[in-house]
Design a protein around this ligand. Sequence first.
Ligand code: ADP
Length: 362
Amino acid sequence: MQRASAEGGQKIQNILLDQVQDALFIIDEVQEILYANRAAKQFFGDDIEVIGRQLIEVCLDHNFVQIAERAMQSQSLSPIQDKVKLATTNRTVLIEAGAINSNYQIGQGGWMMVRDITTELHTEQVRQDFVANASHELRTPLSIIKGYLEMIEDDPKYTQAVGIMSKHTDRLARIVDDMLLISRVESADGDMVKKEVLFDIGDCIEDIIQQLQPVIDEQNAKVKVMLPPDSEDRNFLGDRFYWDQIFFNLIENALKQNTHVAALKIEVVVKKKAKTNQFLIKVVDNGIGIPRDALREVFKRFYRVEKSHSQQKIKGTGLGLSIVKRAVEAHYGSIHVESQPGYRTRFIISVPGPPPASPQES
Ligand code: ADP
């Protein structure tokens, strides 16, 4: 069989790129469109001819064009990603764009991959609104039930029943609180509403340990905190409310998942990397750990590792770690977990430190 000619190869590539659902544009250095797949030709009108035209003439949106400009000017090899609401159509698009340099031998320019995410965003909004409204509405009836239960808890006739009902009401209240927190974290179009202040990260950790002290004592657990010795390196810029939640959930998990571990050791380690101005935060325990196939799932909403019968009593909603992840990401950080069950489980957070003070300020 003869090898496909270069022209034949090009044709096959074009046919394949026409099957891609996302719009793909290739532009030159003065933003003239050199290539558009079928989705791109249909994106801003019905199969309009776009080749040879200026990008702005076709999309009629400056924000859209600015992303292409940013990508072409960026020195980085990795593409940039951004969302834009198009003024002409009111649709929201997710754009990935990168530079094309002279190595490709087609001159300088850029490429853009565009996806319409309007429907996805709308569905997400409906879901968020539902969670926020439902949890809000559930709060009042729950506190009424709790109030009545407290009124009859001293009556010996009902002691056992009231105990069980109280336990379940507390659990429901915790789920509702976590759902409210999740909707707060996810409000404002996916961006967390934050009140950023400077605080000492060590104080935040100590406060949470104090709150959990009764549980720590009950389990006879050892908790060790290691902080940067220089107080300057403990200065943290962020929303303290969310960092309280982050440390509470991580440390509480390390405790409640390991009630049966005889010599439970929990370590909270904070390091500041001067070179990158990044904080590295680790919450480590030597408990039962997380099985390998569950490691990627634990940050998902309502996910709980399936427990053996004896462990099914562990309280929780499966929302804690998803709150932690969203809150860390809202501070431009990332979190991951490593676990060797029975030996060591480590949650590792990397998050930028506050911008260095300018010389006038210091
Ligand atoms: P939950 O409300 O169940 O604690 P999370 O989202 O906080 O929900 O955690 C999800 C699951 O991850 C937990 O149910 C548990 O199985 C697992 N997990 C989290 N932290 C730990 C830990 N330190 N050790 C063992 N398992 C953990």
